[in-house]
Design a protein around this ligand. Structure first.
Ligand SMILES: [Zn+2]
Length: 463
């Protein structure tokens, strides 16, 4: 077979598999998703499907066209200030709460992802939104921007208690919620005030396990007939737990496969979805027909400095879907569908949109003055209990309580799986931190560690 024939055969097979994919496209929010990765069947993003669903649920929700009409002069204002060399704003810090939705697995197992995995994601966000030198978020693109937005973990809960910004929610059910359930039940029941916290949910999508994540677009204010409070119980991003965090920072394989999954293992799902929350659209504008660039829509993503593109791109191969327009497709853009490892760019125009949204949009502008990342006076820092762990786990003859900073707890109590107290130990010295489990029957146990008026409960397995 010569090369040309082989190529024809390959194209035929490829077209056939694409046709097959088209018939089998998965659903989210009761509608067929627009595209899946032909190489692995995964759905990069369901934000546009989610927006259609929200419009259907709330006919008074601001339309995309109304939003763009509202945003356009605000983006122009940011752009004009920048071009005039004026300072647009100080660095914006967005306070974050991560709701880990789980079904009772131990922390660090499966969908109950570890603190370290979560913190690795926050690190990635800061690298990417700050275009940080010597990190995967750096780029040398002429249009590449330091977005000047940073993310911090909340230190105080809505009721004034100390927190590490991680809210673990046990649904106590073997059934994972559907995308509809997440929106109707899980988000409204768990959301923290979206004018003070940026809400991130990590979930096991269950039947939608091919989905990486989705986001809620921002809304403007003052548009006639539109309720500004619409969407206030669902605002934020939802990310599949396998695609949260970076295996480059938090190495893979430590915790039963709960860390992020190739080729989406470097935390760019959250970078992309938060981009939507801050007003960005996909580079192709979800327009698969047109390469026309005009003054009003710039090929539908409203960013003239992203090259004209008329498809979602997968993998990391250089490509050009609009050969008559300048430049290859920007596969490095965070708002593409490419693999995590090749993403590294937000453009200057994308930055303008995000800054305009942060300065003006409902439940975005309020975040700029939120103080929930500061530890209030009188609240003991949560870091102490956060640093406590059990090892080895599973245990045979002993289980040890590890204290990160060496400061001893007051006491701890061991419970069996029925909640019955097995023993209580007042801690007088480090020797008390080793529990002899040789007489325990096999099964699951819990250790409640107490210090002052705070406590933390950890699970271990006796083999
Ligand atoms: Zn998207």
């Amino acid at each position: 077979m010569n090369k040309i024939t082989m190529r024809a055969v390959f194209i035929t097979i490829f077209s056939f598999s694409m046709a097959l994919q088209a018939q089998q496209l998965p659903k989210a929010f009761g509608r067929t998703v627009k595209s899946v990765n032909p190489e692995n069947g995964l759905v990069r993003c369901a934000t546009t499907e989610y927006e259609e669903y929200l419009q259907e649920q709330d006919p008074k929700r601001e339309t995309r066209a109304q939003f763009e009409a509202w945003l356009a002069p605000k983006v122009a204002e940011v752009q004009a200030k920048r071009l005039a060399g004026k300072s647009v704003n100080a660095i914006i810090t967005i306070p974050v709460v991560v709701h880990v939705i789980h079904n009772g697995d131990a922390i660090g197992r499966n969908e109950n992802i570890s603190d370290a995995q979560i913190l690795s994601q926050i690190t990635v966000l800061n690298q990417d939104y700050r275009r940080m030198l010597d990190t995967p978020g750096y780029n040398t693109s002429a249009v590449g921007a330091d977005v000047e937005i940073e993310f911090c973990m909340a230190k105080v809960t809505p009721t004034g208690s100390a927190t590490n910004g991680i809210d673990r929610v046990n649904l106590s059910t073997a059934n994972y919620p559907s995308t509809d359930d997440i929106d109707r039940d899980v988000k409204p029941a768990t959301i923290w005030s979206p004018t003070k916290y940026f809400n991130i949910w990590t979930v096991d999508f269950g039947n939608n396990s091919d989905l990486l994540g989705y986001a809620q677009f921002p809304t403007g204010s003052g548009v006639a007939g539109v309720s500004p409070n619409g969407g206030s119980t669902t605002d934020g991003v939802v990310i599949g737990y396998k695609y949260f965090g970076s295996s480059a920072i938090y190495p893979q394989g430590n915790y039963g496969g709960s860390v992020s999954q190739n080729p989406y293992q470097f935390g760019r799902t959250a970078t992309h979805e938060i981009g939507h929350c801050l007003g960005l659209l996909h580079v192709c504008g979800d327009d698969f027909q047109s390469c026309i660039v005009n003054a009003t829509d710039s090929n539908k993503d409203y960013c003239p400095d992203t090259p004209a593109t008329k498809r979602y791109n997968y993998g990391c191969t250089t490509t050009n879907s609009c050969p008559n327009s300048p430049g290859n497709d920007m596969i490095e853009n965070y708002m593409e569908y490419t693999d995590d490892q090749c993403m590294s760019i937000f453009t200057q125009n994308q930055k303008n949109r995000m800054i305009a949204v942060m300065n003006n949009a409902v439940r975005r502008k309020e975040l700029k003055t939120s103080t929930v990342c500061q530890t209030p006076a009188g609240i003991q820092d949560f870091d102490y209990l956060n640093g406590i762990n059990l090892y080895p786990n599973p245990a045979t003859s002993v289980v040890n309580i590890a204290i990160a900073n060496g400061d001893l707890p007051d006491s701890f109590t061991v419970y069996n799986s029925l909640g019955q107290q097995v023993s209580t130990i007042a801690v007088k010295g480090t020797a008390n931190l080793t529990v002899n489990t040789s007489g325990y029957s096999t099964g699951i146990y819990f250790v409640k560690v107490s210090k002052g008026n705070q406590s933390k409960t950890l699970k271990f397995v006796k083999q």
